[in-house]
Design a protein around this ligand. Sequence first.
Ligand code: NAP
Length: 353
Amino acid sequence: MAPIPKRGTVAVTGAAGFLGGWVVRGLLDKGYRVRACVRNAEDLTRTGFLQAMPGFASGRLTLHSADLDQGGAFDEIFKGCHGVTHISHVTNYDDAAYVSRVCDHIIASVNGSGSVSRVVVTSSIAAIISEADIQEVARRPVFYEDRYPDEMSPKRTPERGQGYSIGKLIAERTFAEAAQLSGAWDAITCCPGDNVGPIQSAHQKDMGPWQHLIELMLKGELVQTGAYRPWMTVDVRDDAEAHIRLLESASVANGQRYIAWSTDARNVEDICADIDRLLPELRHDTPAVTDPFPDRIKAREAELRAIWAGADLRNDRIRAVTGMSFRPLDQSIRDCVEALLSVAKVEVKRRAP
Ligand SMILES: NC(=O)c1ccc[n+]([C@@H]2O[C@H](COP(=O)([O-])OP(=O)(O)OC[C@H]3O[C@@H](n4cnc5c(N)ncnc54)[C@H](OP(=O)(O)O)[C@@H]3O)[C@@H](O)[C@H]2O)c1
Protein backbone atom coordinates (compact mmCIF):
# COMPACT_ATOMS: atom_id res chain seq x y z
CA MET A 1 0.00 0.00 0.00
CA ALA A 2 0.93 3.63 -0.20
CA PRO A 3 3.10 5.55 2.21
CA ILE A 4 1.37 8.57 3.68
CA PRO A 5 1.46 11.79 1.63
CA LYS A 6 3.58 14.73 2.74
CA ARG A 7 1.60 17.04 5.04
CA GLY A 8 -1.08 14.35 5.34
CA THR A 9 -3.10 13.60 8.48
CA VAL A 10 -1.89 11.09 11.06
CA ALA A 11 -3.62 9.76 14.19
CA VAL A 12 -1.35 8.89 17.11
CA THR A 13 -2.62 6.58 19.87
CA GLY A 14 -0.87 6.88 23.23
CA ALA A 15 -0.09 10.52 22.35
CA ALA A 16 0.30 11.61 25.99
CA GLY A 17 2.95 8.96 26.56
CA PHE A 18 6.74 9.21 26.44
CA LEU A 19 7.11 7.94 22.88
CA GLY A 20 3.73 9.12 21.58
CA GLY A 21 4.46 12.70 22.65
CA TRP A 22 7.66 12.73 20.60
CA VAL A 23 5.88 11.24 17.58
CA VAL A 24 3.32 14.05 17.79
CA ARG A 25 6.09 16.67 17.97
CA GLY A 26 8.07 15.06 15.15
CA LEU A 27 5.04 14.86 12.85
CA LEU A 28 4.18 18.52 13.49
CA ASP A 29 7.79 19.55 12.83
CA LYS A 30 7.60 17.78 9.47
CA GLY A 31 4.40 19.55 8.45
CA TYR A 32 1.79 16.86 9.10
CA ARG A 33 -1.66 17.31 10.63
CA VAL A 34 -1.96 15.31 13.81
CA ARG A 35 -4.87 13.81 15.73
CA ALA A 36 -3.51 13.03 19.17
CA CYS A 37 -5.50 10.24 20.85
CA VAL A 38 -5.47 10.19 24.64
CA ARG A 39 -7.79 8.64 27.17
CA ASN A 40 -8.86 11.94 28.67
CA ALA A 41 -8.15 15.12 26.72
CA GLU A 42 -9.39 17.18 29.69
CA ASP A 43 -6.66 15.86 32.00
CA LEU A 44 -4.19 18.72 31.71
CA THR A 45 -1.56 16.98 33.83
CA ARG A 46 -1.21 14.54 30.91
CA THR A 47 -2.22 16.65 27.92
CA GLY A 48 -1.02 20.15 28.88
CA PHE A 49 2.28 19.63 27.06
CA LEU A 50 0.39 18.70 23.86
CA GLN A 51 -1.83 21.76 24.17
CA ALA A 52 1.32 23.89 24.57
CA MET A 53 2.64 22.77 21.18
CA PRO A 54 2.40 25.55 18.56
CA GLY A 55 0.42 23.29 16.20
CA PHE A 56 -2.37 23.09 18.77
CA ALA A 57 -2.81 26.86 18.69
CA SER A 58 -3.32 26.83 14.93
CA GLY A 59 -5.51 23.72 14.90
CA ARG A 60 -3.02 21.54 13.01
CA LEU A 61 -2.88 19.40 16.16
CA THR A 62 -6.18 18.27 17.66
CA LEU A 63 -6.79 16.20 20.80
CA HIS A 64 -9.29 13.34 21.01
CA SER A 65 -10.44 11.28 23.97
CA ALA A 66 -10.62 7.58 23.13
CA ASP A 67 -10.13 4.43 25.18
CA LEU A 68 -8.86 1.38 23.35
CA ASP A 69 -11.13 -0.78 25.46
CA GLN A 70 -14.26 0.76 23.88
CA GLY A 71 -15.14 -0.60 20.44
CA GLY A 72 -15.82 2.22 17.96
CA ALA A 73 -13.96 4.84 20.01
CA PHE A 74 -11.60 5.61 17.12
CA ASP A 75 -14.17 5.47 14.27
CA GLU A 76 -14.65 9.20 13.85
CA ILE A 77 -11.04 10.08 14.71
CA PHE A 78 -9.54 7.92 11.94
CA LYS A 79 -11.92 9.12 9.20
CA GLY A 80 -9.87 11.21 6.77
CA CYS A 81 -6.51 10.14 8.26
CA HIS A 82 -3.80 8.85 5.91
CA GLY A 83 -1.82 7.10 8.59
CA VAL A 84 -2.07 5.78 12.13
CA THR A 85 0.76 5.22 14.57
CA HIS A 86 -0.68 2.80 17.09
CA ILE A 87 1.64 3.41 20.02
CA SER A 88 -0.52 3.11 23.12
CA HIS A 89 -0.17 0.43 25.72
CA VAL A 90 -3.12 -1.85 26.39
CA THR A 91 -4.72 -2.32 29.78
CA ASN A 92 -3.58 -5.94 30.27
CA TYR A 93 -0.96 -7.77 28.18
CA ASP A 94 -1.48 -10.99 30.15
CA ASP A 95 -4.94 -11.63 28.71
CA ALA A 96 -4.51 -12.83 25.11
CA ALA A 97 -8.24 -12.65 24.29
CA TYR A 98 -8.38 -9.06 25.52
CA VAL A 99 -5.28 -8.10 23.50
CA SER A 100 -6.85 -9.53 20.32
CA ARG A 101 -10.11 -7.75 21.06
CA VAL A 102 -8.54 -4.31 21.42
CA CYS A 103 -6.50 -4.87 18.24
CA ASP A 104 -9.82 -5.59 16.52
CA HIS A 105 -11.21 -2.30 17.83
CA ILE A 106 -8.43 -0.33 16.14
CA ILE A 107 -8.58 -2.48 12.99
CA ALA A 108 -12.34 -1.93 12.61
CA SER A 109 -11.81 1.83 12.87
CA VAL A 110 -9.00 1.70 10.28
CA ASN A 111 -11.17 -0.38 7.92
CA GLY A 112 -14.07 1.98 8.40
CA SER A 113 -11.98 5.10 7.82
CA GLY A 114 -11.96 4.77 4.05
CA SER A 115 -8.71 6.73 4.02
CA VAL A 116 -5.93 5.11 6.09
CA SER A 117 -3.23 3.52 3.90
CA ARG A 118 -0.64 2.69 6.57
CA VAL A 119 -0.60 1.73 10.23
CA VAL A 120 2.65 1.58 12.17
CA VAL A 121 2.16 -0.75 15.12
CA THR A 122 4.46 -0.29 18.11
CA SER A 123 5.71 -3.62 19.34
CA SER A 124 8.93 -4.09 21.35
CA ILE A 125 12.27 -5.81 21.37
CA ALA A 126 10.52 -8.05 23.91
CA ALA A 127 8.84 -9.64 20.88
CA ILE A 128 12.32 -10.47 19.57
CA ILE A 129 14.50 -11.25 22.58
CA SER A 130 12.27 -12.14 25.55
CA GLU A 131 13.06 -15.78 26.30
CA ALA A 132 11.52 -17.93 29.02
CA ASP A 133 14.77 -19.90 28.97
CA ILE A 134 17.88 -17.69 28.90
CA GLN A 135 19.87 -20.48 27.22
CA GLU A 136 17.89 -19.65 24.08
CA VAL A 137 19.75 -16.31 23.99
CA ALA A 138 23.05 -18.20 24.15
CA ARG A 139 21.89 -20.48 21.32
CA ARG A 140 20.56 -17.64 19.10
CA PRO A 141 22.45 -14.50 20.12
CA VAL A 142 21.88 -12.42 16.98
CA PHE A 143 19.06 -9.96 17.71
CA TYR A 144 17.53 -9.02 14.37
CA GLU A 145 14.05 -8.78 12.87
CA ASP A 146 13.64 -12.44 11.89
CA ARG A 147 14.43 -13.60 15.39
CA TYR A 148 11.40 -14.59 17.47
CA PRO A 149 11.37 -15.87 21.03
CA ASP A 150 11.06 -19.62 21.41
CA GLU A 151 7.26 -19.70 21.24
CA MET A 152 7.11 -23.45 21.86
CA SER A 153 8.73 -23.21 25.27
CA PRO A 154 6.30 -24.53 27.92
CA LYS A 155 7.66 -21.83 30.24
CA ARG A 156 6.46 -19.06 27.93
CA THR A 157 3.44 -18.02 30.00
CA PRO A 158 2.12 -14.76 31.47
CA GLU A 159 2.65 -16.26 34.93
CA ARG A 160 6.39 -16.39 34.19
CA GLY A 161 6.50 -12.80 32.97
CA GLN A 162 6.12 -13.44 29.24
CA GLY A 163 2.70 -11.78 28.84
CA TYR A 164 4.10 -8.56 27.38
CA SER A 165 6.12 -10.36 24.71
CA ILE A 166 3.19 -12.69 23.90
CA GLY A 167 0.77 -9.76 23.69
CA LYS A 168 3.05 -7.78 21.39
CA LEU A 169 3.35 -10.73 18.99
CA ILE A 170 -0.43 -11.17 18.98
CA ALA A 171 -0.74 -7.50 18.00
CA GLU A 172 1.93 -7.72 15.27
CA ARG A 173 0.22 -10.70 13.64
CA THR A 174 -3.36 -9.52 14.11
CA PHE A 175 -2.62 -6.24 12.36
CA ALA A 176 -0.63 -7.82 9.50
CA GLU A 177 -3.38 -10.38 8.83
CA ALA A 178 -6.14 -7.77 8.94
CA ALA A 179 -4.23 -5.47 6.59
CA GLN A 180 -3.67 -8.26 4.10
CA LEU A 181 -7.34 -9.17 4.24
CA SER A 182 -8.39 -5.58 3.69
CA GLY A 183 -6.06 -4.89 0.75
CA ALA A 184 -6.54 -1.17 1.46
CA TRP A 185 -3.79 -0.54 4.02
CA ASP A 186 -0.62 -2.09 5.32
CA ALA A 187 0.66 -2.70 8.83
CA ILE A 188 4.33 -2.17 9.59
CA THR A 189 5.72 -3.13 12.98
CA CYS A 190 8.28 -1.09 14.87
CA CYS A 191 10.11 -2.91 17.69
CA PRO A 192 11.80 -0.27 19.86
CA GLY A 193 14.64 -0.94 22.26
CA ASP A 194 14.77 0.54 25.76
CA ASN A 195 13.73 4.19 25.37
CA VAL A 196 15.95 6.76 27.07
CA GLY A 197 15.82 10.51 26.52
CA PRO A 198 14.00 13.66 27.55
CA ILE A 199 10.49 13.66 28.97
CA GLN A 200 8.20 16.44 27.76
CA SER A 201 5.73 16.41 30.65
CA ALA A 202 6.23 15.82 34.38
CA HIS A 203 3.82 12.86 34.47
CA GLN A 204 6.11 10.92 32.11
CA LYS A 205 8.80 10.62 34.79
CA ASP A 206 6.83 7.74 36.33
CA MET A 207 6.48 5.85 33.07
CA GLY A 208 8.95 4.10 30.85
CA PRO A 209 10.32 2.18 32.79
CA TRP A 210 13.77 3.47 31.80
CA GLN A 211 13.35 7.18 32.49
CA HIS A 212 11.69 6.27 35.80
CA LEU A 213 14.73 4.15 36.74
CA ILE A 214 16.97 7.14 35.96
CA GLU A 215 14.72 9.29 38.16
CA LEU A 216 15.22 6.77 40.98
CA MET A 217 19.01 6.84 40.42
CA LEU A 218 18.96 10.63 40.76
CA LYS A 219 17.09 10.26 44.05
CA GLY A 220 19.58 7.69 45.34
CA GLU A 221 18.11 4.32 44.38
CA LEU A 222 19.73 1.95 41.88
CA VAL A 223 17.97 -1.34 41.15
CA GLN A 224 19.52 -4.12 39.07
CA THR A 225 17.79 -4.87 35.74
CA GLY A 226 16.00 -8.23 35.28
CA ALA A 227 18.35 -11.20 34.77
CA TYR A 228 21.28 -8.73 34.71
CA ARG A 229 20.30 -7.72 31.17
CA PRO A 230 22.08 -4.58 29.99
CA TRP A 231 19.89 -1.78 28.70
CA MET A 232 19.63 -2.05 24.91
CA THR A 233 18.71 1.46 24.08
CA VAL A 234 17.21 3.89 21.63
CA ASP A 235 16.78 7.60 22.17
CA VAL A 236 13.05 8.29 22.43
CA ARG A 237 13.41 11.03 19.77
CA ASP A 238 15.05 8.58 17.37
CA ASP A 239 12.35 6.02 18.11
CA ALA A 240 9.75 8.64 17.19
CA GLU A 241 11.66 9.47 14.02
CA ALA A 242 11.74 5.76 13.13
CA HIS A 243 7.94 5.56 13.45
CA ILE A 244 7.49 8.58 11.20
CA ARG A 245 9.94 7.34 8.58
CA LEU A 246 8.15 3.98 8.51
CA LEU A 247 4.92 5.85 7.75
CA GLU A 248 6.71 7.65 4.92
CA SER A 249 8.78 4.83 3.46
CA ALA A 250 8.07 3.52 -0.02
CA SER A 251 10.37 0.53 0.61
CA VAL A 252 8.40 -1.34 3.27
CA ALA A 253 5.67 -3.95 2.91
CA ASN A 254 2.82 -5.27 5.00
CA GLY A 255 3.85 -7.53 7.87
CA GLN A 256 7.47 -6.40 8.01
CA ARG A 257 9.00 -5.55 11.37
CA TYR A 258 11.83 -3.13 12.07
CA ILE A 259 13.91 -2.85 15.22
CA ALA A 260 14.53 0.71 16.41
CA TRP A 261 17.62 0.79 18.60
CA SER A 262 21.08 2.26 18.38
CA THR A 263 22.74 -1.12 19.18
CA ASP A 264 24.29 0.47 22.29
CA ALA A 265 24.06 -1.88 25.28
CA ARG A 266 25.12 -0.78 28.76
CA ASN A 267 24.75 -2.25 32.24
CA VAL A 268 22.49 -0.38 34.65
CA GLU A 269 25.29 0.36 37.13
CA ASP A 270 27.34 1.94 34.31
CA ILE A 271 24.37 4.07 33.27
CA CYS A 272 24.06 5.29 36.84
CA ALA A 273 27.79 6.11 37.03
CA ASP A 274 27.45 7.93 33.69
CA ILE A 275 25.29 10.60 35.31
CA ASP A 276 28.31 11.91 37.24
CA ARG A 277 30.67 11.42 34.27
CA LEU A 278 28.39 13.37 31.92
CA LEU A 279 27.17 16.01 34.39
CA PRO A 280 29.85 16.43 37.11
CA GLU A 281 28.33 19.79 38.10
CA LEU A 282 25.36 17.92 39.56
CA ARG A 283 27.55 16.22 42.19
CA HIS A 284 25.29 13.18 41.90
CA ASP A 285 25.80 10.88 44.85
CA THR A 286 26.05 7.66 42.81
CA PRO A 287 24.16 4.98 44.77
CA ALA A 288 25.24 1.35 45.20
CA VAL A 289 23.25 -1.16 43.21
CA THR A 290 20.46 -3.13 44.90
CA ASP A 291 20.02 -6.62 43.59
CA PRO A 292 16.41 -7.75 44.16
CA PHE A 293 16.79 -11.30 42.84
CA PRO A 294 16.46 -14.57 44.77
CA ASP A 295 19.69 -16.37 45.69
CA ARG A 296 19.34 -18.89 42.86
CA ILE A 297 19.51 -16.03 40.31
CA LYS A 298 22.28 -14.21 42.19
CA ALA A 299 24.34 -17.40 42.06
CA ARG A 300 24.12 -17.28 38.27
CA GLU A 301 25.17 -13.64 37.88
CA ALA A 302 28.45 -14.35 36.03
CA GLU A 303 26.77 -16.84 33.69
CA LEU A 304 23.86 -14.50 32.89
CA ARG A 305 26.14 -11.52 32.28
CA ALA A 306 28.26 -13.64 29.93
CA ILE A 307 25.20 -14.67 27.93
CA TRP A 308 24.08 -11.07 27.51
CA ALA A 309 27.61 -9.99 26.61
CA GLY A 310 27.44 -12.45 23.70
CA ALA A 311 24.31 -10.82 22.24
CA ASP A 312 24.80 -9.24 18.83
CA LEU A 313 22.41 -6.30 18.30
CA ARG A 314 21.55 -5.36 14.72
CA ASN A 315 19.81 -2.36 13.20
CA ASP A 316 20.86 -2.75 9.56
CA ARG A 317 17.31 -3.16 8.33
CA ILE A 318 15.78 0.03 9.68
CA ARG A 319 18.83 2.05 8.65
CA ALA A 320 18.52 0.65 5.12
CA VAL A 321 14.83 1.51 4.63
CA THR A 322 14.73 4.80 6.51
CA GLY A 323 18.28 6.13 6.10
CA MET A 324 18.26 7.18 9.73
CA SER A 325 21.09 7.20 12.22
CA PHE A 326 20.84 6.93 15.99
CA ARG A 327 22.08 9.21 18.76
CA PRO A 328 24.74 7.86 21.13
CA LEU A 329 23.46 6.74 24.54
CA ASP A 330 25.50 9.38 26.38
CA GLN A 331 23.39 12.08 24.77
CA SER A 332 20.15 10.29 25.70
CA ILE A 333 21.24 9.92 29.34
CA ARG A 334 22.31 13.58 29.59
CA ASP A 335 19.07 14.85 28.04
CA CYS A 336 16.95 12.49 30.14
CA VAL A 337 18.56 13.75 33.35
CA GLU A 338 18.26 17.40 32.36
CA ALA A 339 14.58 16.98 31.44
CA LEU A 340 13.83 15.15 34.70
CA LEU A 341 15.32 18.12 36.55
CA SER A 342 13.82 20.91 34.47
CA VAL A 343 10.43 19.46 33.49
CA ALA A 344 9.60 17.24 36.49
CA LYS A 345 11.66 19.10 39.13
CA VAL A 346 13.24 15.87 40.39
CA GLU A 347 15.39 16.44 43.50
CA VAL A 348 18.91 15.03 43.14
CA LYS A 349 20.71 13.31 46.00
CA ARG A 350 24.07 15.14 45.91
CA ARG A 351 27.39 14.34 47.51
CA ALA A 352 29.03 16.95 49.69
CA PRO A 353 30.92 19.66 47.77
N1 NAP B 1 9.36 2.89 26.76
C1 NAP B 1 10.07 1.90 26.24
O1 NAP B 1 11.25 1.69 26.56
C2 NAP B 1 9.44 0.97 25.21
C3 NAP B 1 10.23 -0.05 24.66
C4 NAP B 1 9.66 -0.89 23.70
C5 NAP B 1 8.34 -0.72 23.33
N2 NAP B 1 7.61 0.26 23.88
C6 NAP B 1 6.21 0.41 23.46
O2 NAP B 1 6.02 1.74 23.05
C7 NAP B 1 4.70 2.14 23.36
C8 NAP B 1 4.75 3.44 24.13
O3 NAP B 1 5.54 3.28 25.28
P1 NAP B 1 5.77 4.51 26.26
O4 NAP B 1 6.96 4.21 27.07
O5 NAP B 1 5.66 5.77 25.51
O6 NAP B 1 4.49 4.31 27.19
P2 NAP B 1 3.77 5.36 28.15
O7 NAP B 1 4.59 6.57 28.34
O8 NAP B 1 3.33 4.59 29.34
O9 NAP B 1 2.50 5.77 27.29
C9 NAP B 1 1.57 4.81 26.92
C10 NAP B 1 0.24 5.47 26.67
O10 NAP B 1 -0.69 4.40 26.43
C11 NAP B 1 -1.93 4.92 26.73
N3 NAP B 1 -2.87 3.85 27.08
C12 NAP B 1 -2.73 2.88 28.01
N4 NAP B 1 -3.83 2.11 28.04
C13 NAP B 1 -4.69 2.64 27.12
C14 NAP B 1 -6.01 2.31 26.72
N5 NAP B 1 -6.70 1.30 27.24
N6 NAP B 1 -6.60 3.08 25.74
C15 NAP B 1 -5.94 4.12 25.20
N7 NAP B 1 -4.68 4.48 25.56
C16 NAP B 1 -4.08 3.74 26.52
C17 NAP B 1 -1.78 5.92 27.87
O11 NAP B 1 -2.63 6.96 27.54
P3 NAP B 1 -3.16 8.16 28.49
O12 NAP B 1 -1.92 8.88 28.97
O13 NAP B 1 -3.97 8.99 27.57
O14 NAP B 1 -3.92 7.56 29.60
C18 NAP B 1 -0.28 6.27 27.83
O15 NAP B 1 -0.05 7.63 27.62
C19 NAP B 1 4.05 1.00 24.11
O16 NAP B 1 3.26 0.26 23.21
C20 NAP B 1 5.23 0.18 24.59
O17 NAP B 1 4.92 -1.19 24.73
C21 NAP B 1 8.12 1.12 24.81
